[in-house]
Design a protein around this ligand. Structure first.
Ligand SMILES: Cc1ncc(COP(=O)(O)O)c(C=O)c1O
Length: 397
């Protein structure tokens, strides 16, 4: 069948497909250990589920306004003020079916053919493909573990052109877990002050921080740039609501209006019941979120130590999110069962096939020589997975 030409520019999400493979193996009865999931393993907090049940019982089951129910938009506006010291009125907010949907709407609304979007690598796999789907060109600026994944301002400046429409910031980051602190953000802001483009900040992991210092959005550090900052966030990671599909973008009114028009002609509103649950998430207790964060921190320490104890693996301790991004360059090029391991994708395949261990390769995140392991899984599973990885490494020659 002849499909749209634009599909040639994109690939299926490697994280979702590895996850699906791991789940299929498990369904066949294999004892799979998965470090692939991009979601917390905790249940959605009870008060949020109760709000959804109440909405359902009250018959809140009809279309809502495309951009979200007023109650939720007000709660988001209040959250952005209280947690982030950011001023966005409800008219500057669009509620979508996940932060991914918010970003998709944004690039569709913003880009014309040939427009460029600067993305720092390692990057979340969906950014470049979402830009390509909107006929834009991703422009990758590399960052390194040695610099804590903070962008080099000189490299950023070099990447900016008259076609640059946006720069994407994701802190804490998927896949590295790196957090951009005040200085790193100030250096980015200084470069962007002289360039008229949007600054998209994907703050979805803001609640999962292990530094003891509060989260910072670029607009906190450079308030003069706030009018061109689009803040994207969602409920999936902080409230363990991945399946509910709820996220939002807050930004300049005309951009939000354009994004809403796209949503009008595609999905319409986010699920009505989910929106009521979202209100409860933002206005209710944050205790379950904090409990989850504390547990993630303990798991982080466990996995980082275990990885660094394996010869040939080097792992930074991430300051946020629930991913570690170990350097496995020393394993690549070695031989396993007589064959050379030829890259992170091959490494990931061998781990899944022979050790039933799902770990996402670094290559699709723009970082060959790395693996991404999610520690949003039980400590016993982490121990088991580390044993399997150690066993694999012991068999390399
Ligand atoms: C950096 C980043 N942004 C956005 C998303 C999308 O989240 P949502 O479930 O709200 O669509 C993810 C999910 O993996 C992510 O890692």
């Amino acid at each position: 069948m002849q499909l749209a030409k634009r599909l040639k520019a994109i690939k299926p999400s490697p994280t979702l497909s590895l996850n699906a493979k791991a789940k299929a193996l498990a369904a066949r009865g294999e004892d799979v250990v998965s470090f692939a999931a991009g979601e917390p393993d905790f249940d959605t907090p009870v008060h949020i589920k109760d709000a959804a049940k109440a909405a359902l019982d009250a018959g809140f089951t009809k279309y809502t306004a495309t951009g979200g129910i007023p109650e939720l938009k007000s709660a988001i506006s209040a959250k952005l003020k209280k947690d982030n010291q950011l001023d966005y009125s409800p008219e500057q907010i669009l509620v979508s079916c996940g932060a991914k949907h918010s970003l998709y709407n944004l690039f569709q609304a913003l880009l014309s053919p040939g427009d460029e979007v600067v993305i720092f690598s390692p990057y979340w796999v969906s950014y470049p493909d979402m830009v390509r789907l909107a006929d834009g060109e991703p422009v990758i600026v590399e960052t390194s573990a040695a610099e804590g994944y903070a962008p080099d301002p000189k490299e950023l400046r070099k990447a900016l052109t008259p076609k640059t429409r946006a720069v994407v910031i994701n802190s804490p980051s998927n896949p590295t877990g790196a957090v951009l602190g005040r200085d790193a953000l100030a250096r980015i802001a200084e470069v962007l002050a002289g360039h008229d483009c949007l600054i998209v900040t994907d703050d979805i992991y803001e609640k999962l921080l292990y530094t003891g210092t509060p989260f910072l959005n670029l607009a906190n550090v450079a308030p003069e740039l706030a009018p061109r900052v689009v803040t994207v966030n969602g409920f999936s990671k902080a409230f363990s609501m991945t399946g509910w599909r709820l996220g939002y973008a807050a930004g300049p009114k005309d951009l939000i209006g354009a994004m809403q028009m796209i949503q009008d002609q595609s999905t319409s509103n986010a699920n009505s019941i989910t929106q009521k649950a979202g209100v409860a998430a933002l206005t209710g207790t944050m205790e379950p979120v904090e409990k989850m964060r504390v547990e993630f921190q303990a798991r982080r320490d466990l996995i980082v130590k275990g990885l660094n104890d394996i010869p040939g693996i080097h792992c930074r301790s991430p300051d946020g999110a629930f991913y570690v991004f170990p350097n496995v360059e020393a394993l690549i090029g070695k031989r396993y069962k007589g064959k050379q391991v030829n890259g992170s994708v091959h490494l990931s395949e061998l781990l899944l096939e022979d050790f039933k261990l799902a770990a996402v390769p670094g290559e699709p995140f723009g970082a060959e020589g790395y693996l991404r392991l999610s520690f949003a899984t039980a400590r016993t599973t982490i121990d088991k997975g580390l044993l399997r990885l150690r066993e694999f490494v012991a068999q390399l020659s």
